[in-house]
Design a protein around this ligand. Structure first.
Ligand SMILES: Nc1nc2c(ncn2[C@@H]2O[C@H](COP(=O)(O)OP(=O)(O)OP(=O)(O)O)[C@@H](O)[C@H]2O)c(=O)[nH]1
Length: 310
């Protein structure tokens, strides 16, 4: 090759390298701050290349598919790999998954990952897959917090109506008529609760509600549930050998309020009225709730501080 041609090729190579470096700079600038991390997988060899680390530690990034696989949270294996292999096999237009990776220190990082095959061999086998992932750990934590808030009462920390109704639906639907034992519902209402607010202020009223909530939750056996039904009303889902036994337990819970005022350092004692009803075969759980509610009304009308059965 003539010297002139060689010089021209060298000049062209230098210019291409410069252009390449500029493109890399532009890409890095565009990706900066987005949290997007670009990767390339080579299925035949299992090689995995990460082009930009973003905030990730180089040690956290897998150089090989098997290393990435070993870090994948066991609970996310199935869905992630189904999407990945489904795409490699041409069954899905792209691979996409939200999954957790386990870091060596045990910390969990949530990633949203998406990629697609960019090169296949003459037999259609994937040679290269290009993709990007982004750290969504904070978003996941926020979502979990929102889900918790949606299902819990902020003041008492107890579940709210939603999980209680869902649980009742599941338990009553799945309950065969010959099931041993009963499912009992106890609707409990704090007596003269308004007085706490009116005489001592809403802060004290709130303290009463939080204290009663904690006290009730502590009375539950495994598998039972207590929710803040609304205002100063609580609904308890209890399991018992019989309706009589369940009613006796509810009576004990009510009686335990005698020591609660002092335990919570309240200025006056706190009492409660309760209506209890055992679920009957063929009855909807809303019908049981209504019977417990009517029994509560009877307890109030009967002079409060007592349990009535519906
Ligand atoms: N501090 C506080 N008060 C609440 C909260 N939710 C409801 N309340 C108050 O609870 C009071 C309930 O009053 P009532 O329905 O008259 O009940 P009560 O005074 O317990 O009377 P009886 O049930 O008939 O014994 C109302 O004054 C509501 O404003 C809350 O989250 N915090």
């Amino acid at each position: 090759m003539a010297d002139q041609d060689l010089a021209a090729l060298r000049a062209e190579l230098a210019s291409l390298r410069e252009e390449n470096a500029m493109l890399r700079e532009k890409l890095a600038a565009a990706l900066d701050g987005t949290g997007v991390c670009l990767w390339q997988g080579e299925p035949p060899s299992g090689r995995l290349t990460v082009f930009n680390l973003q905030d990730f530690d180089a040690g956290d990034m897998a150089p090989d598919f098997s290393v990435w696989l070993a870090k994948l949270h066991p609970d996310d294996h199935a869905t992630t790999l189904e999407s990945y292999y489904g795409h490699l096999a041409g069954e899905r237009p792209f691979y996409e998954a939200e999954y957790r990776t386990l870091r060596p220190d045990g910390a969990v990082t949530w990633l949203w990952d998406r990629g697609r095959v960019v090169e296949r061999d003459e037999n259609g086998q994937p040679l290269r897959i290009l993709g990007a992932h982004i750290d969504i750990t904070r978003r996941k934590a926020y979502e979990a917090q929102l889900a918790r808030l949606a299902h819990h009462d902020a003041l008492t920390g107890l579940p709210n109506r939603r999980p209680m109704l869902e649980r009742l639906r599941r338990e009553t639907e799945a309950r065969p008529a010959d099931t041993a034992g009963v499912l009992a519902l106890a609707m409990l209402d704090i007596d003269h609760f308004k007085t706490f607010n009116d005489r001592f202020g809403h802060d004290v009223g709130d303290r009463v509600l939080a204290g009663v909530g904690q006290h009730l939750a502590a009375q539950l056996a495994e598998g039972e549930l207590c929710c803040r039904w609304g205002g100063e009303e609580f609904l308890l889902l209890l399991h018992g050998a019989s309706a009589d036994e369940a009613a006796l337990r509810v009576e004990r819970i009510r009686a335990s309020f005698a020591a609660l005022g002092q335990a919570l350092a309240l200025p006056v004692p706190v009492g409660a009225s309760v209506g209890v009803a055992a679920h009957r075969a063929g009855e909807t759980f809303m019908q049981t709730i209504r019977r417990a509610d009517h029994a509560l009304l009877a307890a109030k009308q009967g002079g409060r501080d007592r349990v009535c059965r519906g």
